[in-house]
Design a protein around this ligand. Sequence first.
Ligand SMILES: Cc1cc2nc3c(=O)[nH]c(=O)nc-3n(C[C@H](O)[C@H](O)[C@H](O)COP(=O)(O)OP(=O)(O)OC[C@H]3O[C@@H](n4cnc5c(N)ncnc54)[C@H](O)[C@@H]3O)c2cc1C
Length: 522
Amino acid sequence: MTSDHYDVIVIGSGPGGASLAHRLAPTGKRILMLERGDYLPRSLINLDAKAVFVDAIYQAKDTWYGKDGREFHPGLHYYVGGNSKVYGAALFRLRERDFGVLQHADGLSPAWPLGYDTFEPYYCQAEALFHVHGQRGEDPNEPRSSKPFVYPPVSHEPRIQELSDNLAKEGLHPFHLPMGVLLDEKNGKVTPTSPCFRYDAFDGFPCPFNGKADAQVICVDPTLAAHGNFTLLTDAYVSKLETSLSGRSISRVLVTREGQEEQYSADIVVVACGALSSALLLLRSANERHPKGLANGSDQVGRNYMRHNMSVVMAIMKEPNPTVFQKTLGVSDYYFGAPDWAYPLGLIQMCGKTHAAEIRGEELPEWLEWLPNMPFEKMAEHSMDFWLQSEDLPRPENRISYDGDRVVLDIHEGNLEAATRLKQRLKHMLNATGAHPVLLDRRLYLGKDIPIGGTSHQAGTARFGTNPASSVLDLDCKAHELDNLYVTDASFFPSIGAVNPTLTIIANALRVADRIKERLGA
Ligand SMILES: Cc1cc2nc3c(=O)[nH]c(=O)nc-3n(C[C@H](O)[C@H](O)[C@H](O)COP(=O)(O)OP(=O)(O)OC[C@H]3O[C@@H](n4cnc5c(N)ncnc54)[C@H](O)[C@@H]3O)c2cc1C
């Protein structure tokens, strides 16, 4: 059995763990990163829609269960870089009002215990680190920012520019999506030395060219190259955290690596397994001092799971849409409401262009009713594709837990009216521009078992707060009940807003890294 002591152990190499390690490594402290997965292969098959979406070759093989006992496969990806290997890289700030109480049709979105001002400088740092390309001043709900984007927006291709112009004529405020991509353009053309280029297999696909600003490319690889004090172990599954006799600190991290049992220890342990897997790790680490699971005296670990009410909509346009890199435009005009609806609706953004293989894989007979004579290739040629997301509210009964060895995810859907109305808005929006498309729902991007398997935007399973009776983490994202345990994925979110979560995860991880640096005197 191997055993070794470090200054800091980071569990999980996704954006939450990797950003923290990237910030801590220059201190010279000995840092160990434990990642259950391996490097995701760099292969041209990564561009194959059938392999990635229909056969789901990179999705975790885990089987989880709904409360009703039905099994499903969560949309998780265990690799160096975590789920950011396949993410769409739209990197948004939460809006200032998301940090306060927001009234929704189905209830309240609670306030955060820290306000936007605390996160603002870290949002700037996160945007710079993850090469976010964008344009301030376009998004009508964009929060205050102390710095411009370091990188210019990714340009629209002609059909998307035309859509943008038409939406603007209708009085809307389309904007360039903030995108984390290593793409250099000059006068709308990709430069000869740009690491990334415009291709149609970016959003939801792992980039074989390392052109996506994911946690491996941006944080793990450069940190490994620059800092000998940083060690990464792959295929290293953390099975359990053990505590000291008093229960006040993590004394050992138990790992199964390449089939062998190992154990490690550190002055500080940071858990960043993704909001669902982190809660599971805490729960299965229950011991005499923590009978309901580590840091779970409040019984809040695993509860308040949020994931956005999402849909992917394929609009079949009259004219072909030859756009290659489509994920460049967003519309937030209905984020906080609409003329006929006083409550927040959410965000509309473009997503990657639909491939014929994905349409074939959807196996949705109702599509044939609409377009009986249209071959899938033709549909794909005419598609324009949108990603819609509305806020999911925290509810204690929405929960991940163990039933013996089985993982059970209990979901009660809520706030669905917002999602329905947002889709109607999209339809009106496109009709007003004269497009009058047929709108079809797609589900493969979100995982084959949506809504339950749609775990791509997961948050809230160990929320932070000042009251140990109702929260798991303190304001530094340290467990209330343990002196050396931190959590830096989206577990800490008290609410999720309606923007993509990852920039907030990164910003917070950098913030927590600064607190840990202070604590280590580094
Ligand atoms: C298809 C898709 C598209 C997305 N698009 C966007 C987008 O456009 N914008 C956006 O903001 N977000 C997007 N997301 C969400 C984004 O990927 C996540 O928010 C982000 O990756 C979360 O980072 P994390 O570090 O918290 O967790 P993860 O990325 O899940 O990383 C956790 C890591 O921990 C490892 N791990 C888990 N358990 C253990 C264990 N017991 N021992 C050791 N290691 C462990 C995992 O293997 C993983 O590498 C998308 C996600 C998907 C799936």
